[in-house]
Structure formats: structure tokens, C-alpha cells
Design a protein around this ligand. Sequence first.
Ligand SMILES: CC(C)(COP(=O)(O)OP(=O)(O)OC[C@H]1O[C@@H](n2cnc3c(N)ncnc32)[C@H](O)[C@@H]1OP(=O)(O)O)[C@@H](O)C(=O)NCCC(=O)NCCS
Length: 385
Amino acid sequence: MEKVWVAGAAMNRFGKMTDTGREAATKVALDALDRAGLEPKDIGYTFVSNAFGIAEKQAHVGPLINTSLGIPEVPSCTIESACSSSSAALHEAFVHVAGGFLDAALVVGAEKLSHLDTLASTSYFAMGADYAYESRNGATFPGLYATLATAHMHRYGTKAEELGAVAVKNHANAAHNPHAHFQKPITMETYLGSAPVAWPLKLYDCCPFSDGAAAVVVVNPEKFRNRLKAVPALIRASARSGSIAALQDRTDLTGLPASQLAAEKAFRQSKLERKDIDFLEVHDCFTIAEILALEDMGFYPKGSAARATAEGETALGGKLPVNPSGGLKAKGHPVSATGAGQVVEVFEQFNGMAGKRQLPGPSLALTHNVGATGGSCSVHIFERV
Ligand SMILES: CC(C)(COP(=O)(O)OP(=O)(O)OC[C@H]1O[C@@H](n2cnc3c(N)ncnc32)[C@H](O)[C@@H]1OP(=O)(O)O)[C@@H](O)C(=O)NCCC(=O)NCCS
């Protein structure tokens, strides 16, 4: 197996874009290539994620992005895995480069839904759930994650203030992130006083609807080592797992089996242990999701991550910083750009580009990206080269 490096990664500011998904994807791809020191003609394949391109009346966007990049002859395909689409695309790029089929690949995720209202966006997103049993009967993602939160509260006594600690921390981190959708800290009072969305989840438990785009350039170091401009990240593990998709078919709602399985695979692949990891970017589409991620991946025993978060262990200065970028909660969640956006945070942290949210010399980072309520999940581990 060949080694695979992340040579460059870039994103735009998540939030509301005036660009189309295709325009934004092209711009961040050029930025990621520029950060790497490479050019479009170096790319052998473009793996695109754009799960809700049809909301812009555009499918098959890969050839359009490659045409804008000046490489229309380069193959492309669109990879859809709901909210984990661009980490699934990264996995495909990894497999191709590791297998020796490509020397360099571009991963680019883009999403634009801000021209739709909340009802329409909610309806699009709900297509990622089980239509026959969940969405058709009115289930939405806030409702489905509220079900998971309720189960966790019931079994472990998880408190609203502990979920609130996730929101307060992630908004505080995002306040230092120029890429973030929300760049204002919030207080616990603001959190507790925010409007109910789906009990027990309130406004500040939820990620927003964000537009955004992010790109990652992966290379075989043997071919490009001498041309790179930035500190690369070695992909120590690229793991994916699935699980029963619909909540009603699962036997336990206090965790996501796909997160457990993907993390186990990633730690086996990398031969690392949990204690080796310096920071995590995890899939906190709702505050409860960050708690589940920490427990499912084995960083905290079941039922203990919420309390640890409330005690500050996962804050920027804590013993295991989680979501220094602000996470999906506050950096934003433009579905198909989210997984690639997590890698941008790793790239910026490894390159000392993270400004006031910079961690002191991190060398190992993990990203965790969930599709829907965990029908799919990707876990990647990166090492600073
Ligand atoms: C929580 C949610 C229902 C709020 O939608 P809404 O009530 O229509 O909110 P609006 O878009 O009208 O925004 C109202 C205000 O709240 C803010 N806001 C919206 N969503 C927010 C969020 N998640 N967190 C914090 N603030 C938010 C807006 O910026 C706006 O602020 P302003 O009045 O200062 O401009 C919506 O963001 C949501 O459904 N989020 C979850 C998305 C999702 O399911 N993603 C998939 C995950 S698997």
C-alpha cells in the first residue's frame, strides 16, 4: 500500500453563499491546490460530494467543476453518503492513491440550500432518513436526534446543562474561526432560554442550515514530496462503517453503532491508541451527537462524556480538545462540505494557521463524520508529517 498525504485543504466561510455550489467548489479546489503548491493538471480524479445539488437543479456537477478548473478530461464522480458525503469521497480518494491507481486526487464537497426556506431544507434533509418508516411519517433530523438524546438522558441522567456545555464550547471556538457560520460566543443562559425545536433539543442544540464548500488534495508523497508548500498530513487511517439505518430497527438508542465500528477499524489500521490523539473534529449535528461520538469511539466510558464536557475537558485548553473549529454546531453544517471541512481544520492546526484557536503543536488528529443518524460513518486519523 502506498502512503497517502493530505497536501492541501481549503474551505470558504460556511453560512450563506452568493456563489452556486459549483462556483464555490471550484474556488475552494483552487485554494486547496494553491495551499498544496500544486496545479489542477496534477489531479488524476475528482471525487465530488453534492448530496443536494438537485436543490440547485444540478446533478453530475463533477465535469462542470473540472471544466472550470481547466481539466475537463479528468474523470470525476459524485459520492453521496448524506452528511458524511465528503468524508466518503475522501475515503475513495485514499483507496485509489493507496492502491497505486492515482498519484493525486481532489476531494471537493459543496452544498447550497439557503435559497430554500426552513420547511423545504428540512424536507430535503429528511430524505437522508428512511422514507418509508421515518420521513414519510413526519420524522425530521431534529426529531430523530431528540429521540437519541431522550434515550441517553433516560439511561445516564444526562442533563440539559451538560448538552448546553457542548453548545457553549463550540460557539466559543467558532468565535475564533473566520470560516465559521456563527462567530459569536453564547452563554449558558442564552442556551437554556432558547426556543424548543424537538424536546429536549432547543435552538442552540441544533446545527444551522449552512451553505459551504471545502476541498482536500491527497497525493502519493513519492510523486509530489518535493513540490509541496505546506506541512502535509499522513492519513494513518481511513475507515468507514455502516449500521441499520432506521432508529426503529435498532436495539439500543444510546449510541451509534457505525461510529463504534469505524473507530475500531481506524485504530486497528493506524496502530494508535485513543490516548495518542491530540484533538478531534466530531460530528456534532446536535449537541447530543458530540456526546455520543466521544462515547462510541471509546474516548469516554458510556454515560460520562457529557459531565466531562461540562467540566471543560474538551475545551480548547482542556485535556482532549474537541471541535476546535466550532464543529457543525457553530462552524456550520453544509452537509456535503462538512467532512472535507473537518480536514481543513486538521490541515490548519498542523500548519499553525488556526489563529486564536491554535492548539500547541498537535501531531495526531481524528475526524468523525456521520451520515444521517448513523447509517454510515467515516473516521480518519491524520499525522503531521
Ligand atoms: C434549528 C432550526 C429549526 C432553526 O431554524 P429556524 O427556526 O427556521 O431559524 P431561522 O432560520 O428562521 O433563524 C432564526 C434565527 O436563529 C438563528 N439560527 C438558526 N438556526 C440556528 C442554530 N441551529 N443555532 C443557532 N442559531 C440559529 C438564525 O441565524 C437567526 O438569527 P437572527 O434572527 O439573529 O438572524 C434549523 O436551523 C434546523 O433545523 N437545524 C438542523 C438542521 C439539520 O437537521 N441538519 C441535519 C443534521 S443530521
